[in-house]
Write a protein that binds this ligand. Structure first.
Ligand code: GDP
Ligand code: MG
Length: 448
């Protein structure tokens, strides 16, 4: 995965304060490969990595993150930005029904989406109606009727023999669209979802028809539905539809397949339109709001790393660090009990070793963490418990005979008691240093 590859690239970067151009280039190369693997269109990859490179070179050194994490953060931010930033909601009409038109190639998933969207909006308290404007394929109308029934919403479709005043010649999708919207107005539906025809490839007639429907009904949203498995064709298809119908949002369908989501990035990047929904299966419930941040980590295949970066940034609070340091400095006597308490705190975090590696200051404590041994804490605990309360607050009085007694009591060798007292003295010093520097030079009490 990209995560693994970046880790390998980053190995050489460890401990460096700032990234060199060569470092950035190496990382950007890996990211380029990951994007191509995810089927992001080549020109999009080129532009994207160029931007990342520029930002990474100009980036300020962050207190919370090491340089490699900083690049990943930049990549993630740029991905989220291109994908639309925040999840965008449907723009509802101020008066009258909200009109949502669907467009896309045949087989993209429009009709299925119509049902999903209708069901979802109904669950939110709306009363949608579906309009069948795909008169191209023989069973397209029936398919929408089936979908509507399953979603529990009415479907407006052409009836060749209809006598109502809304009767219209079957075969004219623009007339059907117009009548469908009129029906919605009369029956007080607040949402109209207009399903349209597609072709297997982009085609001038189909696009003209879609354009005419758009002009006739003036939709609040035109959703471009695209199969996320489409791969490198995504850019051309999206561009054609954007020029043809000027869609307002993107729906990614078939995200349940093994597509990594490259199409999402390609399409939103070349059109500048946000992805709004994701379709993730054949059932009407396989539908969700699109979350750019989740897709970004799916594309990068490194959700773990991203959440760790987020945690590292959150836990990095300079004010908090300074406050803690001051507390330590004010505390006249940092006792062996405090020392033990700290180690127990570390034990609690033992299972979070991986996270600790990402924490501020991890550069310095990485080695200590790698050697981190839980049994060490057990030994320290045993030793401290064998001390008298007085010895714990005034370790200076622990002479040779006391050391021998403590060693016997805790079942360790005297040299281990000596070692502990030495580390304790170091930790005490470190507390003082932290108070002056305000930083976090290392984890006190760790064997190192
Ligand atoms: P349309 O031609 O754009 O209206 O596409 P359809 O809605 O008829 O869908 C074409 C095919 O793709 C159908 O067999 C659907 O069941 C299937 N399909 C649609 N959306 C999804 C999806 O999100 N996941 C999967 N696995 N299949 C889907
Ligand atoms: Mg269809």
């Amino acid at each position: 995965s990209l995560s693994d590859r970046l880790t390998a690239t980053f190995k050489n970067l460890r401990g460096k304060g700032r990234l060199t151009e060569a470092d950035v280039d190496a990382t950007v190369r890996e990211i380029r490969r990951a994007l191509l693997d995810a089927d992001v269109a080549v020109p999009v990859v080129r532009e994207f990595t160029g931007q990342v490179r520029e930002r990474a070179l100009g980036a300020e050194v962050s207190g919370a993150l090491n340089p490699s994490q900083q690049i990943v953060k930049i990549v993630n931010e740029e991905l989220v930005e291109i994908l639309g930033g925040e999840t965008r909601r449907i723009r509802m009409a101020k008066t009258g029904p909200t009109i949502i038109m669907l467009a896309g190639l045949q087989g993209a998933g429009k009709t299925t989406l119509a049902g999903k969207l209708a069901k979802w909006m109904k669950a939110q308290g709306h009363s949608p109606i579906l309009v069948a404007c795909d008169l191209q394929r023989p069973n397209a109308v029936t398919q929408l009727q089936v979908v509507g029934q399953r979603a529990g919403v009415p479907v407006f479709a052409p009836h060749p023999g209809a006598t109502s005043e809304l009767a219209h010649p079957a075969g004219d999708p623009v007339a059907v669209a117009r009548s469908g919207v009129e029906e919605a107005r009369q029956k007080l539906h607040d949402v109209v979802i207009v399903d349209t025809a597609g072709r297997l490839g982009v085609d001038a007639d189909m696009m003209e028809q879609a354009r005419q429907i758009r002009r006739a009904i003036v939709p609040n949203e035109v959703l471009f539905v695209i199969d996320s498995m489409i791969g490198q064709d995504a850019v051309n298809t999206a561009t054609a539809f954007d020029e043809g119908v000027n869609f307002t949002g993107i729906v990614l369908s078939k995200l349940d397949g093994d597509a990594r989501g490259g199409a999402a990035l390609s399409v939103s990047s070349v059109t500048g339109k946000p992805v709004m929904f994701a379709s993730t299966g054949e059932s009407l419930d396989d539908f969700e709001l699109f979350h750019p941040d989740r897709m970004a980590s799916r594309i990068l295949d490194m959700g773990d790393v991203l959440s760790l970066i987020e945690q590292a940034e959150k836990s990095w609070d300079k004010d908090e660090a300074a406050r803690m340091a001051k507390k330590f400095a004010d505390q006249e006597d940092f006792t062996l009990d405090d020392f033990l308490a700290q180690m127990q705190q570390i034990r609690k975090m033992g299972s979070m070793k991986k996270m600790l590696m990402m924490m501020p200051g991890a550069q310095n404590i990485r080695q200590q963490l790698e050697q981190f041994d839980e049994r060490e804490i057990d030994r320290v605990e045993a030793i401290v418990r064998s001390m008298t309360p007085h010895e714990r607050v005034a370790p200076k009085i622990i002479n040779g005979s006391r050391r021998a007694r403590i060693a016997r009591g805790s079942g360790v060798h005297v040299s281990e008691v000596n070692g502990l007292l030495e580390r304790f003295a170091q930790a005490q010093k470190m507390m003082k240093k932290m108070a002056q520097g305000g930083g976090m030079p290392g984890m006190p009490g760790m064997p190192g």
